[in-house]
Design a protein around this ligand. Sequence first.
Ligand code: GLV
Ligand code: MN
Ligand code: MN
Length: 425
Amino acid sequence: MSFDLSPLTEGLSINAERLMSRIDELAQVCPIDGGGNCRLALTTQDKLGRDLVMSWMQDLGLSIKIDTIGNVTGTWDVGSGAPVMTGSHIDTVRTGGRFDGNYGVLAGLEVIETCQTLGLKLERPLAVTFFTNEEGARFAPDMLGSLVYVGGMQTEVALDVIAIDGARLGDELVSIGYNGSMPCPGVIPHAFIELHIEQGPLLESQGFVIGAVTGVQGISWQEVVIDGQSNHAGTTPMSLRHDAAYIAARITVFLRELALRFGGNQVCTVGKIDLFPNLVNVLAAKATMTLDVRNTDDELLQQAEKEISQFLQVLAAEESVTVTSRQLVRFDPVVFDERVIKMVETISQQNGHSVQRMPSGAGHDAQMLARVCPSGMIFVPSVKGISHNAAEFTHTSDLIAGANVLLHAMVALTNHKFTLLEAAS
Ligand code: GLV
Ligand code: MN
Ligand code: MN
């Protein structure tokens, strides 16, 4: 290794008890059975989580800015120049675990508090942000707040997005009081580094403590609507059916088989199917379903999208129904900055943690920040790879290890002498 970060960060360590107690306290906000949380974006539940985290930013004396899409940034104004930023999200899916997103935000607070307590004279400001609607479970696209932050979507367009429950995003933002005035695109950080649980099984199964994340796979979401014909379940011969439920099932099976056929990093999911009228003895007149298709290789992702689209057409003709689709999300695969990846590897090794390079299967705010500044991510293992589930769990020792890697990386990045260019050599 041709560069050594240890003189900058030797002996530095976060306060594990403080980090764990904040994670526990945030997990008390809108808990669900099994130890997880339900704080869908911009609901009153999300507001309660936001209020708590913002109160902690206030306790640390951070300068707090809320932007026009509701992203909240707390900055410790020390040094000069663009801030070194971390952040993630505190919205959850309906069956969210307590670590997804929350861990990264609270570790960011912990990094700042550690530096403040030790009286470190940092040469750049440190910032921590929680971004609006990372999950995309209520409003599409996912990572909407960070997308708007980097100028990838206009605020006005984002404010008009309609939720799965019919609410308008801009109205919900006003009703929870997080319609801020800081313009988007926001301040471009010197670098962005996000700490997150892996949410998959690789680190645990291979015995690594830290993942140095190389990038995020491409994500394609669409909503498919099948218009069939409702009819009597007892009297309609099988040959005369235009059954939207059956067609939705065929599409679900096609996606699974496509993913198995492609192999590699290809994954496909049908996570939501709504049937109408959804009754035991009535053929479904309508099915509305979502398709989530991901691959690290954009060419393969495009191929998957093409095959799905052809299948939908064939099926519509075969079954004499109308099948329409609408793209909800399309993000290309993202490659993180090699210098940041290398820094995560080096710091992990210097701290005695086994580290493995790996791509992210989940979407993250860092993939949006990567459009405007050197960016990267740190992963820690998820027990049994379970996430988007109340049973999501990461061992405390791993949470602490990850937070310490974040601390060391952020401190190193604030040093004007330690430029990112040096890290690349
Ligand atoms: C966000 O959690 C995603 O769907 O990857
Ligand atoms: Mn997340
Ligand atoms: Mn998530």
